[in-house]
Design a protein around this ligand. Structure first.
Ligand SMILES: [Zn+2]
Length: 203
């Protein structure tokens, strides 16, 4: 009963108080739109980790650590940032990350981009450059991957843009662990569409 009353009180607060850092809720992110976004995705500097993950989930993401605030402020598409000033300056879609928790970044990004938290090698993109990955055989990667890797695996993937070679190896365990963590957080995140924007919070 107390919980539901607190929730009602929380919902009735004016918006400016929703972002009060002393409020009991844990705010993960806010967006200046509701629902999911199509089109180009730009990731602000210091968020290269997230850009690589978005590409692995199958959506192209532009990332350059040298993007200027002026460029990101005016570019069409979605900008994902941790910079409040940049976020407020955006007229097009913007997602402001309010936490240091990388798994929470992934959970929110997957939600606004409409991406599942799973890796499908048919649609995953090169984490380094966002290029499409083409399946290639062992013969095509000879000399380009460690001999032991070539011996253990038959399926490899080559980025059609940068040429980097990938295979599903032991690092998949770490990837799945991060995806599971992001899925757990995603289940706990409430998306509240309010006044044309969205608040992502964990109660
Ligand atoms: Zn590439």
């Amino acid at each position: 009963m107390v919980g539901s009353m607190m929730a009602l009180i929380g919902m009735s607060k004016p918006r400016k108080q929703v972002f009060n850092p002393f409020h009991g809720d844990y705010f993960v992110a806010e967006a200046n739109f509701c629902g999911t976004v199509e089109g180009a995705v730009y990731v602000d500097s210091m968020l290269g980790w997230l850009a690589r993950w978005i590409r692995m989930l199958g959506r192209h993401a532009y990332y350059d650590s040298n993007y200027s605030d002026g460029f990101l402020s005016g570019v069409d598409g979605l900008v994902i940032t941790r910079d409040v000033g940049l976020h407020r300056s955006r007229r097009s879609a913007s997602l402001l990350l309010l936490t240091d928790d990388h798994a929470a970044w992934l959970a929110v990004a997957s939600r606004v981009l409409g991406l599942g938290l799973s890796i499908d090698m048919r649609s995953t993109l090169c984490p380094e450059c966002g290029g499409r990955l083409a399946r290639v055989g062992r013969d095509e990667v000879a000399g380009r991957v460690p001999v032991g890797v070539a011996a253990r695996h038959t399926d490899f993937f080559k980025c059609v843009d940068c040429g980097k070679i990938y295979w599903v190896g032991s690092h998949r365990i770490k990837i799945d662990a991060m995806l599971n963590k992001a899925m757990d957080i995603s289940k706990r995140i409430n998306s509240i569409c309010i006044a044309g924007g969205t608040i992502f919070k964990i109660d």
